[in-house]
Structure formats: structure tokens, C-alpha cells
Ligand binder design. Structure first.
Ligand code: NDP
Length: 452
């Protein structure tokens, strides 16, 4: 008797879900994927993709400003937000269709609607009941907004991606990826941005020298950064102006308030509690190193775990689970040396350990830094400097951290991440010939020790 109609039922059509579903199907499994919203999840619809398109758009401002030094007369320029929004929406609709096509061609059955779990093997979608030998939760996360007086007046990142008109002034609250990226993007489009962060320096967890370098660069560009500041309330007056009341008694006037103070897993209201799936107080699902939850037939991946909420991590987790379940593999996910980039202006990219973390975990380290004006800025007149940094374990000469603040930092760090995954030593970096003239060559020409 066939007790199950599917080998695997995937809840959620984001990066983790689509990858796990199609890989499992390609390995011969009978797979259904349930999704209630547009295909592609956070990354495609309200995350990486629209954010990067906006970031590219915001950087055009630099190109226009820098052009004169190279002899170009650009004339009057204007930015039209609705055009960017329309073009972004068209691109995302194209990607949604590509995702649908990928699933279809892989032989995955797509079920449209919101799923709940009626048992360890049973998924309900409206009137439909699906029975799966295994179920995998790939339900992602969503912006979290604390409750405070006036919280109904503020927007979150999802709202920004559909905002009909750009305000003249905006207060951004938060000091993580989303707050800093969106503050940079909005500033690039000409919005007067004030960023409020509760600690003494934003981007906790990133390399401190890079955080300071980025803060200085953003301030020099005209973004107002208020650290050690926490809003108490947001008021809206009859004219539509907002007043953000701060703990120290001051108030900031603005035309819009954006909160980016973290994301929470999308795991409530699915029926996980009733089944006994263990989660933390924020709804992050506990799994073992095979992604299995406390209920043996249920697995979880991606932002639902709230570990490293990055698309490439979700993709890798989805691939590994599919191969382990249906390909006879016994792979484990490594979260070491995951490179990441903050698409701020300028970018901050990083792989491996920060200087602070390296000092705590290694008896002796060597730190090499380089700060210089990129070649483009010599003629453009822009004063902004690049910061590049290598952290080396003195015991075996291995490069254990690489960090950069500067244009296209993410593009550069990706290659360094390959070298670090291979366990490259500083001597091997030094033996690599540079490409001249580039900023990237600095990573292989840092000869002078900055400090130990
Ligand atoms: P983060 O966890 O990165 O940052 C949250 C920020 O909000 C921190 O600065 C935190 O401060 C602050 N905060 C938390 N609670 C409060 C509060 N009650 N009041 C005021 N401030 C508060 O979250 P994001 O929302 O920025 O991003 C979520 C995740 O999405 C990221 O961690 C990342 O994994 C992923 N992401 C990745 C991107 C990329 O790869 N480029 C881009 C965007 C998102 P404190 O540090 O003091 O706790």
C-alpha cells in the first residue's frame, strides 16, 4: 500500500525550497512544492535581487558625479523612482516565471496556496491534503517590527520595494545589513537619510576597522549617522510629517521612517508547535546536522533556521539535503569561510575571521592593511579611500580573514574566498602576481606588516 503520495513535500518556493525540490526530483524523488506567494521567496521578490538593482541604480549617481574629471559634460540629470520601480517589477516577474519553469521542467508538482501541517506526514493546502514521506520547511523569514508607540507609522524593507514615491527625508532605524544597505541606496537617490543605531558603532560582528571606515565614508557622503540612539515613539502630524522621539529627549522630523531591526523565521501558524517541532523563542527551527527537526519526518532549511541568512547558504543546504535524502550521500554543511557583502556605498565585503575574532581564537596573528585612493578618484576628485585587510594566523601562515571596504568589494572578495577555502597561506598570496593597475592586486602585494 502506498502510504504517501510524495517522497518529499517542500513548504516554500524560495532559494532553499526551489533548490531542494528540483535537486530531489532530479535524483528521482516524487516532489511537491507548496508556495502561496510569487516564486523565488525573499531573495527574488523583496531581498537580494531588487536590493541589488536599487544599489546599482544608486551608484549611477557616483558615475555621473565623477564624469567631469574625465572630460564628460553630463548636463542636467534627474532620477525617476517610478521608472526604476516599474523596471524592477518587470525583471522580478521574469525571474518568477523562470523559477516556475525550473520546477516544471524538473518534474516538481507545484501547489499554489498556504500550507499547514496536519500531521508529521500530512500537509493541507486549502481543501487539498498531501501525504509526504518527508516534509521540508523552507518557509524563510520576514521583517520583524517591535511594538512601540507609533509603530503603525513605520515601514519595513518589504514596503520600500513597493513604495509609490520617494520621500525627501527618511529616518532608518537599525544597524545591520538591511538598515545600512537601504540607507546607502536611499541616499544615492537623493533622499536625506538619518540612520539611528542603538549601539556605539553599527554592523556588530563585522571587522571593527572596516565598520569605522564605512561609517566615516557614509558620513563624508552626507548620510547622518546617530549612534547610541534609540527611538521611543513615532508621531505623525496632520501635514503628514513624522516626529521620531529619541530616548535623550530630542526629536527628529522626517517624511518617512523605515525600521530594519532584524528578521524572524516564518514558522508560526503552520502547525509546528502542535506537532512538537522544537523552535527557539523567535521561531527558529532546531535541526541536527542532517537538517532533521525534533519530528523525524520533518526537515528545515534556510532562513527558517535563522543561522546564516544568506541565499548561497540556503542553496547549499538545499543541495546537501537533496543529495543526502535521495542521492545516497552523507554530506554535512560547512559554515566556515562564507563570504558576504554588504551592498552599502561603498561596499563592505568579508570572508573568514574579523581581526577581533582572530585575536580571541589564535595565540598570535599578523594583520596587513592597505588604505588608498582608487585610481578613478585621482581624476574624479573624490576623496574616498579603499580599505583592504588580511588577517593571518602566525602559527601556520594561513590567511584566516580578508576584508574590504570599497567599490565592487564583493566581486573582489569572492576570489579571495576561493583561496581561503583552499587553505592559502600569506606566502602563497605574496607569490601570486597582481593584475596592474587594479585595486584587487593590493591583496597580493601587502608586504608590510601593520600590527601583530
Ligand atoms: P541584522 O540582524 O543584520 O541587524 C539587525 C539590526 O537591528 C542590528 O543592528 C541590531 O542591533 C538592531 N536591533 C535589533 N533589535 C533592535 C531593537 N529592538 N531596537 C533597535 N535596534 C534593534 O538584521 P537585518 O534585518 O538587517 O537583516 C537580516 C538578515 O538578512 C541579515 O542578518 C543577513 O543575514 C540577511 N541579509 C543579507 C544581506 C546581504 O547578504 N547583503 C542583505 C540583507 C539582509 P544590535 O547589533 O545591537 O543587536
Amino acid at each position: 500500500m502506498a502510504a504517501f503520495d510524495h517522497d518529499l513535500i517542500v513548504l516554500g518556493g524560495g532559494s532553499a525550497g526551489v533548490r531542494c525540490a528540483r535537486m530531489s526530483a532530479s535524483l528521482g524523488a516524487k516532489v511537491a512544492l507548496v508556495e502561496g506567494g510569487p516564486m523565488g521567496g525573499t531573495c527574488v521578490n523583496v531581498g537580494c535581487v531588487p536590493k541589488k538593482l536599487f544599489s546599482i541604480g544608486a551608484h549611477v549617481r557616483d558615475d555621473l558625479e565623477d564624469a567631469a574629471g574625465f572630460g564628460w559634460s553630463v548636463g542636467a540629470t534627474a532620477f525617476d523612482w517610478p521608472t526604476l520601480l516599474r523596471n524592477k517589477d518587470a525583471e522580478i516577474a521574469r525571474l518568477n516565471r523562470i523559477y516556475e519553469g525550473i520546477l516544471e521542467r524538473s518534474g516538481v508538482t507545484t501547489v499554489r496556496g498556504w500550507a499547514t501541517l496536519a500531521g508529521p506526514h500530512t500537509v493541507r493546502v486549502g481543501d487539498q491534503k498531501l501525504r509526504g514521506e518527508r516534509i521540508v520547511l523552507c518557509t524563510g523569514g520576514r521583517p520583524w517590527l517591535p511594538s512601540f508607540p507609533g509603530s503603525e507609522h513605520v515601514m519595513v524593507s518589504d514596503d520600500l520595494f513597493a513604495l509609490p514615491a520617494l520621500p525627501e527625508r527618511m529616518v532608518v532605524v537599525g544597524g545591520g545589513y538591511i538598515a545600512v544597505e537601504l540607507a546607502s541606496i536611499l541616499h544615492g537617490f537623493g533622499v536625506h537619510v538619518e540612520l539611528l543605531y542603538r549601539g556605539s558603532l553599527f554592523l556588530r560582528g563585522f571587522d571593527e576597522e572596516c565598520r569605522r571606515h564605512l561609517a566615516d565614508a557614509m558620513r563624508a557622503r552626507g548620510v547622518t549617522l546617530h549612534f547610541d540612539t534609540q527611538p521611543q515613539a513615532v508621531e505623525k502630524d496632520a501635514s503628514g510629517t513624522y516626529r521620531v522621539r529619541l530616548a535623550d529627549g530630542r526629536a527628529l522630523e522626517t517624511d518617512a521612517v523605515l525600521y530594519a531591526v532584524g528578521r524572524r523565521p516564518n514558522t508560526r501558524g503552520i502547525g509546528l508547535e502542535a506537532l512538537g517541532v522544537n523552535m527557539n523563542e523567535h521561531g527558529a527551527v532546531h535541526v541536527d546536522d542532517t537538517f532533521r527537526t525534533s519530528v523525524p519526518s520533518i526537515y528545515a532549511l534556510g532562513d527558517a533556521l535563522d543561522r546564516l541568512n544568506l541565499t548561497p547558504v540556503a542553496l547549499a543546504e538545499g543541495t546537501i539535503l537533496a543529495h543526502n535524502l535521495f542521492g545516497g550521500a552523507a554530506r554535512r554543511m560547512s559554515y566556515d569561510n562564507v563570504a558576504t557583502t554588504l551592498f552599502s556605498t561603498p561596499n563592505l565585503a568579508t570572508v573568514g575571521l574579523t581581526e577581533e575574532a582572530a585575536r580571541q581564537s589564535r595565540p598570535r596573528i599578523r594583520v596587513y592593511t592597505s588604505s588608498f585612493r582608487p585610481m578613478k578618484n585621482t581624476l574624479s576628485g573624490r576623496q574616498e579611500r579603499i580599505l583592504m585587510k588580511l588577517v593571518v594566523d602566525d602559527a601556520d601562515d594561513r590567511v584566516i580573514g580578508a576584508h574590504m571596504v570599497g567599490p565592487e568589494a564583493g566581486e573582489l572578495i569572492q576570489g579571495v574566498a576561493i583561496a581561503m577555502t583552499c587553505g592559502a597561506t600569506k606566502a602563497q598570496f605574496d607569490a601570486t602576481l597582481g593584475i596592474h593597475p587594479t585595486a584587487a592586486e593590493e591583496f597580493v602585494t601587502m608586504r608590510t606588516l601593520t600590527r601583530t
